[in-house]
Ligand binder design. Sequence first.
Ligand code: F6R
Length: 588
Amino acid sequence: MCGIIGCVAEEPVAGILMDGLRRVEYRGYDSAGMATISDRILTVRKGAGRVSEIEDRHRLSKLKGSIGLAHTRWATHGGVTDQNAHPQASCRELVAVVHNGIIENYVALKKALAADGHRFRSETDTEVISHLIESEYKKLKDPLRATLAATKKLKGQYAIAVMFQDRPDLLVGARKDAPLIVGVGDGKMFLASDVLAFIEHTDMTIFLDNFEVVEISKDRIKIVGRDGKEVRRKPTQVAWELSDISKSDYAHYTLKEINEQPRTVVGASVQEDGKVADFARAIRKAKSLYVTGSGTSYHAGLLMKFRLNKEAGIRCDVVVAGELKEHAAFLKRGSVVVVLSQSGETADVIDAVYETKKRGAKVLSIVNAAGSTLARESDGVLLLNCGPEVGVAATKSFTSQVVVSNLVVDAVLGKSRTNGIKELSEAVKDALGTEKKVLELVELYKDRPDFYFVARGYESPIAMEGALKLKELSYIHAEGMPASELKHGTLALIEKGTPVVVINPSGDHHADTLSSAEELKARGADVIGVSDVEDEVYAHFIRVPKVQPKFAPVVEVIPLQLLAYHTAVARKNDPDYPRNLAKSVTVK
Ligand code: F6R
């Protein structure tokens, strides 16, 4: 899992690449590097550490040249060492490559290349690609053809950008199952794994398809398919504005994104009626119906399933994307799979999509990234419209998913249009006002080893989401579950002072959930109530506004996001860069 940026321009590129690197650092942050060509000399500088550390050590932004590649690494093959950082150059530094993905057959390729006299300097699978391209380039003398020939020998997933020491006028890129986007600027062209890397310079983009290879110079683009035939594709404009990716006055992207939610829930509700109606029609007609996604998106899927089952009387299974294959017996022509994802690039999700399509079923996606693999592979798409989510933890994308999937369920139910969005936006603003109370709780509980979150019915996924956020950002062990499950084992772990968050809005489940809260209190737990109604059982209470029940999870999740964020800060973790995780999980 890595971030790539390449640029060829009329001007020096090192500064441009450095800005881009900082923007894609969320994709991998254990090593970084850059290569440029100047006066026919290819210079590679790289090392293990965060982008800022490598910049301090190697002055990447001072490299000369109007062509270059840069990379942030999240190690998969080979440890976190200077040598394993990218770019990876071929033997005679004729070719330099940056790569995101995994080459499954790299051991066999490495053996064959070594037998041909290639000498390897790293433990990475990526280095195999640079040697392979070098050997094809020597035969074919053409950068694009050589890259195409080399990629035909690769098994696995890749997005690569390649630079040739004797061709300081062009970069070559190729992709399979990992994102690579061309940025079409004025006198400068880009290759990157995320639009964010170059959006400061251009919002005109071309999204490459699997197996395509592209050659860019400062004013020209050539794309070929696997068969070597030229593919013509017009650039499209991306809607995200540069202001969307600055941190404004917030300490972290995560906090900024949490605070954007009064606006993003409104953005999510702006959908073409026709498209929503198409989703609803397909769901009603489906011979079998699944909802899938990973992590937080899966939790949004659980909410969607709940309403489809309970209110629309439609049978629907929700399965985590990484397990969908195991449930594929009922996936056939006439089935529909609704896929939820922020990035649209999560490997488990994309695998689930390919499995669905292989079986002739329809893919309908609710996704944030418009040009993502998921969006492009889907039969129908509804966009979240919440702008780039840079923080590693999913926050605003979750509440947008809840809004969009509610629009769909309302359409299934024959309700013409979801109303109450303005009120929801106001309620989200009020829910953000819980921050002061949350900060008090953080002071009390930031050093506790365990946290529990419970709820009933439609709120149960919010208990799971609250626990996931806290684990991911604060590194505290947390579990979320239906309150009814407590008595089947977990209650044994509750002791004096254990914090347990009970999400308990007024309504059908209120009394039962209060009983669970009493049981927890009797065992010594510090029960933290999150609700629109206060009750005596709670040691602490976070009041959230009363909204339509279908939107209650949107307001309930806000204090839980704030709790996770502020606990991370209090424990001196960087909430934008949690350990052992990356923003887009592009490996299985
Ligand atoms: C949690 C989180 C992850 C993602 C999951 C799916 O805060 O960010 O659990 O929700 O990796 O990602 P997308 O939605 O991009 O497919």
